[in-house]
Design a protein around this ligand. Structure first.
Ligand code: UDP
Length: 474
């Protein structure tokens, strides 16, 4: 092999951004290139090294400056909007340190999260290519760009058809203006980059959206995923950014005792906080439908110091005694659980990592979007690919920590659960489609597959750019 590339990856400090970007970095490392993840000390500790070409450059998180306790360095470890902004503030304080380091030790390429728009100037200054990552599907980026170019009226609300799109796609709720005005400028800077790195595969997003993006928007997208498939062993799948309250073996033992497709897995990712009343409706739907389950709830729920009175606000009295399932506090080994044949469906908030992880193992989804990219992801799952059913959520909140006002009632939840778990014709048809797509997902990352080929082409282009670069003027 000729001289390896030197690549820097700068993930945002949130599990949903760090996990996939580190998996993508591992793909480059597995081809013999040198990758460095730039992050903070605590975050580096929870992200395992994949091989000797995979390294960390860490910085001290400015805990005191932003007013967060030591060790809290990640959006997924906080639970209020105020703390969420403190994490964001900390990343702005880290900017100078990271920039100095990159200037002192310039790489051949930077891949930075779109929440770090300053990477644009930095790469230009160093005359190196910059790629951007935000953890969204290309379908979603296309939808967001389309709304940027053809905005809805300011007073729009409720469902809408994505304007000027290759097909008519109805989204169940209008994005709040506040989140659009946060996202749009970031997307504008992202379009100045040399390309988007996408944790998806062309066959999932659809060739028509790749064409739409490249021709209409005029920017390049590199589909390199599903990145999670880089993790092969149970240990690699378990070891990814969080401490589980039980050993992985306990989950596996429990799941091994269940029939195929009989268990419902319920998780809303790392930054979704439903009010107690909503959790109560979910619990009631679980109970009334009677399916066995693994349900991941926020860490504080059900802890020893929670009084019976507090607990009964979100969980019916003696729920755990009456029902067959596991309630997991905080963090579950999601990839290990989803990959087990006992899991029949996944009730998800449609975070893109959760979606690609379910797709990679052929688990159909019950979609319950809440914010960011999730309402678009829902339509890709249900309407475009036909591998899930909708729970009927139509309240799009600005950020994960905002209060939700509408309840999705237990009858809706129960109905959606039954559609995928009752073994009827619809359930079988959807499961078959999910399994066909899983086969494609596994094929695309093998030699000759679309994502594998894209990675080869991208590496070749980066080498060409490196070898023909005009050095920066001193
Ligand atoms: N995750 C996990 N266990 C949990 C919660 C989350 O392993 O209990 C992982 C999940 O597999 C995914 C990531 O954390 O890789 C969450 O990303 P996603 O985009 O699904 O949702 P977000 O948390 O960013 O909203």
């Amino acid at each position: 092999m000729d001289k390896p590339l030197k690549l820097y990856f700068i993930p945002y400090l949130a599990a949903g951004h760090m996990i996939p970007l580190c998996d993508i970095a591992s793909l480059f490392a597995s081809r013999g290139h040198f990758v460095t993840i730039i992050t903070t000390h605590s975050n580096a500790k929870i992200l395992p090294k994949s091989n000797n070409n995979f390294n960390f450059q860490t910085f001290q998180f400015p805990s005191q400056e932003v007013g967060l306790p030591d060790g809290i360095e990640n959006l997924s470890s906080v639970s209020t909007i105020d703390e969420g902004w403190k994490i964001y503030h900390a990343t702005t304080l880290l900017h100078g340190l990271i920039e100095n380091f990159v200037e002192q030790h310039p790489p051949d390429c930077i891949v930075a999260d779109f929440l770090f728009p300053w990477a644009d100037e930095l790469a230009k200054k160093l005359h190196i290519p910059r790629f951007v990552f935000n953890g969204f599907s290309l379908f979603t980026i296309c939808a967001m760009e389309s709304l940027k170019l053809h905005p809805l009226p300011e007073d729009a609300s409720g469902s809408f058809v994505i304007p000027n799109f290759p097909y008519d796609i109805v989204i169940n709720s209008t994005p709040p203006l506040e989140s659009k005005s946060f996202m749009d400028p970031l997307l504008t800077v992202a379009l100045k980059s040399d390309g988007f790195i996408i944790n998806s595969f062309v066959e999932l997003d659809g060739k028509e959206y790749v064409e739409y993006y490249e021709k209409t928007i005029g920017h390049k997208a590199w589909h390199l995923g599903p990145a999670s498939l880089v993790r092969k062993t149970t240990q690699e799948k378990a070891n990814r950014g969080g401490e589980s309250e039980m050993s992985v073996q306990k989950y596996l033992n429990w799941l091994n005792s269940k029939q195929d497709n009989s268990v419902l897995y319920i998780s809303f990712g790392t930054i979704c906080y439903f009010p107690d009343k909503q959790l109560y409706e979910i619990a009631s739907a679980i109970e009334e439908s009677g399916y066995e389950f693994i349900w991941v709830v926020p860490e504080k729920k059900g802890k020893e110091n929670e009084s019976d009175e507090e607990k009964e606000k979100w969980l019916p009295r003696e729920f755990e005694e009456r029902n067959k399932g596991m309630i997991v506090r905080g963090w579950a080994p999601q990839m290990v659980i989803l990959g087990h044949p006992a899991v029949g469906a996944f009730l998800t908030h449609c975070g893109w990592n959760s979606v690609t992880e379910a797709i990679s193992v052929g688990v159909p989804m019950i979609t319950w979007p809440v914010h960011s990219d999730q309402f678009y992801n829902e339509k890709l799952i249900t309407h475009v690919r036909g591998i899930g059913v909708e729970v009927g959520a139509d309240e799009w909140i600005t950020t994960a920590f905002r209060d939700m006002k509408k309840l999705v009632k237990r009858d809706f939840i129960k109905k959606a659960m039954r559609r995928l778990m009752d073994g009827g014709d619809e359930a079988v048809q959807i499961r078959n489609k999910a399994q066909e797509l899983a086969k494609i997902a596994k094929d695309v990352v093998r030699e000759g597959g679309s994502s594998h080929d894209n990675l080869t082409t991208l590496i070749d282009e980066l080498k060409h750019l490196r070898d023909n670069r005009v050095p920066k003027q001193l």
